[in-house]
Design a binder for this molecule. Sequence first.
Ligand SMILES: Cc1cc2nc3c(=O)[nH]c(=O)nc-3n(C[C@H](O)[C@H](O)[C@H](O)COP(=O)(O)OP(=O)(O)OC[C@H]3O[C@@H](n4cnc5c(N)ncnc54)[C@H](O)[C@@H]3O)c2cc1C
Length: 384
Amino acid sequence: MMHYFLTEEQQMIVDICRQIVDERIIPARAGLDEKGTFPWEIIKEIGKSDLFRLFVPEEYGGMGTGIFNVCLATEELSRGDLSVATSYAASGLGFIPILVMGNEEQKKKYLPQLASGEKLAAFGLTEPEAGSDASSVRTRAVKEGNWYILNGTKQWITNGGEAEIYTIFASTNPERGARGISAFIVEKGTEGFEFGKKEDKLGIRASATRELIFTDCKIPKENILGSEGMGFIIAMRTFDQSRPAVGAQAVGVAQAALEEALNYSKVRKQFGQTISSFQAIQHMLADMATQVEAARALVYHAARVIDSGEKNIAKLSAMSKLFASDVAMKVTVDAVQILGGYGYMKDYPVEKMMRDAKITQIYEGTNQIQRSIIALELLKRGAL
Ligand SMILES: Cc1cc2nc3c(=O)[nH]c(=O)nc-3n(C[C@H](O)[C@H](O)[C@H](O)COP(=O)(O)OP(=O)(O)OC[C@H]3O[C@@H](n4cnc5c(N)ncnc54)[C@H](O)[C@@H]3O)c2cc1C
């Protein structure tokens, strides 16, 4: 048993998540993956267990316990199922812009509903023509009296259709590029706000990924976050805080694959002995365990640094997401290899873990983009 110097409260968060994983998530995950059904019952259980409160300060109905605790919960949920953990973490991603830039009124109105798990949030930045280059969003928000009128389409938005509260990035001044983007809170049910079909995906199939379509969607001017032109900064500051949680997703799924491979290696016999007696398998397991441990250490460190109040977090945050997601991909592929042909079958969970792990290298900025962020910070501030 490894020791991560967790407080009693943090160990409790881990234990609560483990119970949900063992009792609710593991028995359901293969079915959810096959049918692609959104895991509402499990999400409600997570809400009842107060885990959404970890994202929110106490004065708004949360537990104000910081990114490290969010990472602990996310990692444990990801050991069970990455679709569930993604739905959980993406709601947090939708809250963070309100936390970062919301005014008192917005925080009082929205955060308690999100903290209780009563409502989910979502984060709408990506568009068909604006992926890595998020500054090129074409969704427009035009001010008319006391309203903003939104027109445009967001693509691949996690929790799309299931969430009630959306933070949406739209241009209020296309001539100013990134500095013309603004962020808005948009509620489900607003006239002119509709959803596209749920995407059919390689992995995290039970998570909801949908288009958000805005057609002359009229939202009150009070729903802007910060002021006009601050949207891009809000998005970047949100990612700086949220990326360690993607790292935590990666660590969780990698840990689960390692455990499956280890257990299998001790029971599968070939040539009259367990495959764990072969040095080739032992060395793979040793490398997998070392990589998972290193990824976890980096994610925990990044989260603790953010919680310390440090401002320059972009590099460490990007590193934790980059390293952990590359580890998750490698470890889940190796787990399939250790299970051999059985690893390729749906009778065992490792093929699903491999499919699921891939997304952690793509969303919240691809790993190429993470490398660019790290390099930029290195060149700007030096290597320490
Ligand atoms: C399942 C899923 C869920 C998602 N959830 C959300 C969500 O909730 N909210 C949201 O806003 N978005 C979401 N996204 C979008 C996601 O963040 C984008 O897919 C991602 O940022 C990459 O954009 P893209 O897919 O358009 O790839 P592109 O930007 O087209 O990139 C294609 C390839 O080119 C590389 N590339 C691009 N630019 C550069 C560069 N400058 N240097 C080097 N390489 C480069 C990329 O790394 C990639 O390998 C989700 C995506 C998926 C698949």
